[in-house]
Design a protein. Structure first.
Length: 68
């Protein structure tokens, strides 16, 4: 049996209304990657809006547990 990939999503209807979508796995993974990129950009914008805070290495080491 030969399977053909289509880049066109299949829409599943229930009671005449769209209820689900079947996508090619590559297209689905691309959409997930785009969502993650958008989340990362939003987080970066949030970080850039705050002033930078620096901690000295000595202070950082004081905060860490000794067994780490």
């Amino acid at each position: 049996m030969t399977q053909t990939k289509t880049k066109r999503p299949d829409i599943i209807f229930r009671e005449g209304k769209p209820a689900a979508v079947i996508l090619d796995i590559d297209e689905y993974e691309e959409l997930l990657e785009q969502l993650e990129d958008a989340d990362d950009l939003e987080y970066l914008k949030e970080l850039r809006s705050k002033p930078l805070e620096f901690v000295t290495l000595t202070d950082l080491l004081k905060e860490r547990p000794a067994d780490v």
